[in-house]
Write a protein that binds this ligand. Structure first.
Ligand code: 4AD
Ligand code: MG
Length: 463
């Protein structure tokens, strides 16, 4: 007998077929008439399928009447049209086989609802809950949409390295990679002798694939990288992870407005794909997580993003009359509260801020003619804040070298990167989308730890 998914069995065209299903019991309810209802989920869709197990089945008393949440089973039977509401089909079991028990005394997912804090302590079991199943499916749809978008636009997918000697963002938030014995570190003149380390230079987990993506964009045109990135910033917020996934397109011959156009189309495409293909999951987020999520996403996918220079944003904030916890000052990074004011109150729309002060942005961003600002762009969205960071890149050799020195970086350590300016330099641009922030934005999930399978944050690497 053919095994099918719960998603397939729930479709009206499955009625009349004799098939097998395999999954995990969510609930069991016994009827007075001597039969039982089982709700089975296999992750293929949000909904469960109802299985009706008749008391005449040979293992009814010994097995079926003891099935509890979390038990894994295989069922064979016929799919029939269901008279129940909220479902068009149900299965009438001819045979039920138990794979594994889930002890009712100890299985942690007995209750219907648990706090997200508690579920983080059982990150290996939380994908069995409605919320985390829905997050996993939406995250998967977003990943697919990202590849579809760039492939259709003629981008090459590049795999950039995870281990790197360069700090792309220059923020010093690096995790070191070493094979040295930490209890017995070799030294030379009082300093660690990295010549005896595995890579013979200080090496780190990458904070961004951008610099390597630039090498490929400045050879092959339009590329993107999609990989894990690592930041040892000690920020315990609902928007920061120490390990997160980033999508970084990089395009030769693109200037900042081209970069903004691409970013805007890209975000809208992802939203449209999720709205089209994740209806049940999105209904759940709307009902249980964020009451306005569908309306917000529809609006964003049809709106035009506001584009505003940083300097004007500072003026808007200064004139707002709001009392912010952190004062607004030209030359300083905007705080989350400032970003939220702009997107949620003032413009009520995603906002692309650009032309930031040079002092708060990395060396690789192109310096504007005013010498004070660089061709940076941050895409801000309601609730989440910064979802994309990007820029037009500095393509002039002398300028990028002096920017490195300005930021305390040694140009000699970036010789290969400077070669891209020495030989056939071109204007080019790119950006990075934080995947988890995108999943947060689309699902309305408040904490970034709940949109990645196994979150890595300060003090947390257990699972
Ligand atoms: O703004 P960021 O630091 O930009 C870069 O890394 C550039 N090299 C990208 C590029 O131009 N190719 O990071 C980009 C995005 C942010 O906008 C945010 O969405 C996400 O990555 N991000 C984080 N997400 C989760 N946890 C963190 N600690 C993050 N830091 C950045
Ligand atoms: Mg940024």
């Amino acid at each position: 007998m053919e095994n099918i998914s719960v998603a397939a069995a729930r479709r009206p065209d499955a009625v009349g077929s004799n098939v097998g299903l395999r999954g995990w019991v969510r609930t069991r309810r016994d009827s007075k008439g001597g039969f039982s209802f089982l709700e089975i989920n296999d992750g293929s869709c949000f909904a469960n399928i109802q299985v009706i197990a008749d008391g005449s089945l040979p293992n009814y008393e010994d097995v079926i009447r003891h099935l509890s949440p979390g038990c894994s089973i295989a069922v064979q039977g016929e799919i029939k049209a269901s008279p129940g509401k909220g479902q068009s089909t149900e299965m009438h079991a001819q045979e039920i086989m138990l794979y594994g028990q889930a002890d009712t005394e100890t299985y942690p997912l007995q209750k219907k609802r648990h706090s997200f804090e508690f579920l983080r302590t059982i990150a290996h079991l939380r994908p069995r809950t409605n919320t985390f199943g829905a997050v996993a499916r939406v995250r998967n749809r977003i990943s697919r949409s990202i590849h579809d978008f760039f492939q259709e636009e003629g981008f090459l997918h590049i795999h950039t390295p995870i281990i790197s000697a360069s700090d792309c963002e220059g923020a010093g938030e690096l995790f070191r990679v070493t094979s040295l014995d930490l209890a017995n570190v070799p030294k030379q003149d009082g300093k660690v002798d990295f010549a005896r380390d595995f890579f013979e230079v200080p090496s780190f987990l990458t904070v961004s694939g951008q610099l390597q993506a630039e090498a490929f964009a400045c050879s092959l045109g339009k590329v993107y990288t999609f990989g894990p990135t690592f930041r040892a910033e000690n920020s315990n917020t609902s928007r920061h992870l120490a390990e997160f996934w980033m999508i970084e397109p990089e395009m030769a011959f693109f200037e900042l407005p081209d970069n903004m156009d691409l970013a805007e189309r890209f975000l809208k495409r992802i939203i449209q794909d999720v709205l089209a293909d994740c209806e049940e999951d999105m209904q759940f987020f709307q009902q249980r997580i964020e009451k306005t999520i569908l309306e917000t996403l529809r609006k964003v996918s049809e709106s035009q993003f506001v584009r505003l220079p940083y300097t004007e944003a500072v003026q808007v904030l200064e004139k707002s009359g709001e009392s912010f916890e952190y004062p607004v000052q030209w030359g300083h990074d905007l705080q989350a509260e400032h970003e939220r004011f702009l997107t949620e109150q003032h413009f009520q729309s995603p906002v692309i801020l650009y032309d930031y002060p040079r002092g708060i942005k990395p060396f690789y961003m192109r310096v504007n003619d005013d010498e004070k600002t660089v061709r940076a762009m941050d895409v801000l969205v309601p609730k989440v804040g910064e979802i994309i960071g990007g820029s037009q890149r500095e393509e002039r050799l002398d300028v990028v070298e002096s920017r490195m020195r300005e930021q305390g970086l040694d140009p000699d350590a970036y010789g290969w990167y400077l070669d891209l300016r020495r030989y056939g330099t071109v204007p080019h641009s790119g950006f990075g989308l934080g995947l988890e922030r995108m999943v947060q934005f689309v699902t309305g999930m408040a904490n970034i730890r709940d949109v990645i399978p196994f979150p890595r944050t300060p003090g947390n690497a257990e699972f």
